[in-house]
Design a protein around this ligand. Structure first.
Ligand code: CS2
Length: 461
């Protein structure tokens, strides 16, 4: 038996269910990039808002590339479960917020119709760092845009033009990706693109749409076949769209919308005037530590986060990175307790009930290191502080992208391999981070940084 609108009543009573009339809800949200993270995060908050009485915020999910999610939850009428796992046990909830999944390359017109529907007021995005097609300095990679159809900018530009032509209101475009100032980054890149293709549309976009920033947090490993088998035991039926996650979740959203929004606060979201302090803390402390665990952990032969953080040599580096380097680079908001946050992160990483593959976190490092490591390195440098732990992590990434160990899953894998081949171990630091290096901003190593990096490169690689 498989989960669907027909079988849903046969779920065990311990599974928490939404209590609104799913079929009666109109779709107010289009989500670009519907993967496990969205299903365990924004969709859960939206479900809470509708359970709390909000109406017409059903989600149309869009997969920008693969049909996997559509095939997993389409036959289940959009239904799937979220299971929170920790040392204390497991708790499953049924999520009803997703109405439909469109596979963009198969049906670009259906994506355009959903985005240009009068019911749609919000577009949320989890398209990963590389989905923004930015160069290492943050500028839009216009060459890619001109070569390839089907990026977020193509879909959004078409939708905005359709909405303007139909006299419809603008949209709130809400990035939920791990980028610094994700809303500003999306707005700047889209404006750049619109100015190239239709400058009047850029003016309409600026007047009618808003791109609030948001900080999203929940650890959601890609579900493994074992996870799906465990969930089938709990549910007494198959759920091919099931996701497993930790009990913790957090969403801090800049309160700047172009129109109505669901009361995501009913699911625990916080609306604030300035997301930046929360976003920087999350990117540098959680994600920065995650990437460090990934590259140092893989080099030490570990497979999962909870195993790497249990390795005393790695744990020492991670604690130092989080507390003495990442936290030290921040300017926290009043009441934002960084030391409690650090302690909570270390406990979350140690969760033995949620195996999180280091190789998953190691993907796309070229797109992640700026906001996770290079920006805090630059701030600390300006404040006169050296960051041995972050530099050790950076050395582990440099060794990783040489490409002779674990496979390098990264849009810049080839480019990095070519740079390595040309520069060798003597020249690689300058080739990546020197004045004319690949990462021309925001950080260049000083002499002390270079000698720490060089020693670590020898020790690790
Ligand atoms: C991870 C994130 O894969 C990665 O790069 O660091 O997906 C991380 O699990 C989430 O941001 C947690 O909120």
């Amino acid at each position: 038996m498989r989960l669907s609108a027909v079988t849903v009543d046969r779920l065990p009573s311990a599974v928490v269910r939404p209590d609104y009339d799913r079929a009666a809800q109109r779709a107010g949200i289009v989500h670009l990039g519907i993967g496990a993270f969205h299903r365990a995060h924004q969709a859960v908050y939206t479900d809470a808002a509708m359970t709390g009485g909000d109406r017409d915020w059903a989600i149309t999910g869009v997969s920008l590339r693969s049909p996997v999610v559509r095939d997993a939850i389409g036959p289940q009428d959009g239904l799937y479960t979220v299971t929170e796992r920790s040392a204390d046990g497991a708790r499953s909830s049924l999520i009803g917020a997703v109405r439909d999944v469109i596979v963009a390359p198969e049906a670009p017109d259906a994506v355009a119709r959903a985005l240009a529907s009068p019911d749609t007021r919000i577009v949320t995005l989890t398209v990963t760092e590389k989905g923004y097609h930015r160069l290492p300095d943050g500028a839009l990679d216009v060459a890619v845009m001109e070569r390839a159809e089907g990026t977020i900018y193509h879909h959004l530009a078409r939708a905005l033009a359709d909405r303007r032509a139909a006299g419809l209101p603008g949209l709130t475009l809400l990035s939920c990706d791990n980028l610094a100032d994700n809303g500003g980054a999306l707005s700047a890149a889209l404006t750049n693109w619109l100015n190239r293709i239709d400058p009047a549309l850029a003016v309409w976009f600026a007047a009618e749409c808003k791109c609030p920033a948001s900080m999203v947090d929940r650890i959601v490993p890609a579900p493994s076949p074992n996870d799906l088998a465990d969930i089938a035991q709990i549910l007494n039926m198959q759920d091919t769209g099931a996701v497993v996650t930790e009990p913790f979740r957090q969403w801090v959203i800049e309160d700047r919308f172009a129109g109505p929004r669901p009361r995501w606060e009913l699911g625990g979201a916080a609306f604030v005037a300035d997301v930046a302090p929360y976003e920087a803390a999350k990117l540098r402390m959680l994600n920065g530590a995650h990437s460090a665990l990934a590259y140092l952990g893989l080099l030490a032969g570990h497979a999962h986060v909870h195993e790497a953080i249990a390795d005393p040599a790695i744990r020492t580096v991670i604690e130092q990175l989080i507390r003495d380097e990442a936290a030290a680079s921040l300017d926290p908001a009043p009441g934002q307790g960084l030391s409690a946050y650090a302690a909570a992160l270390l406990a979350r990483f140690a969760n033995p009930a949620l195996p999180h593959r280091l190789a998953q976190i190691a993907t796309d490092g070229s797109q992640k290191i700026v906001q996770r490591w290079l920006e805090p390195l630059a701030v600390n440098q300006a404040r006169g502080r050296t960051c041995p732990a972050t530099l050790r992590a950076l050395a582990a990434w440099i060794v990783h992208v040489r490409g002779d160990g674990e496979p390098v899953a990264d849009p810049m894998a080839n480019k990095l391999a070519v740079i390595w081949a040309g520069a060798g171990r003597e020249g690689i630091i300058d080739a990546l981070f020197g004045q004319h290096g690949l990462y021309a901003a925001p950080w260049h190593p000083n002499d002390e940084d270079k000698s720490i990096l060089t020693r670590a490169l020898h020790a690790l690689g």
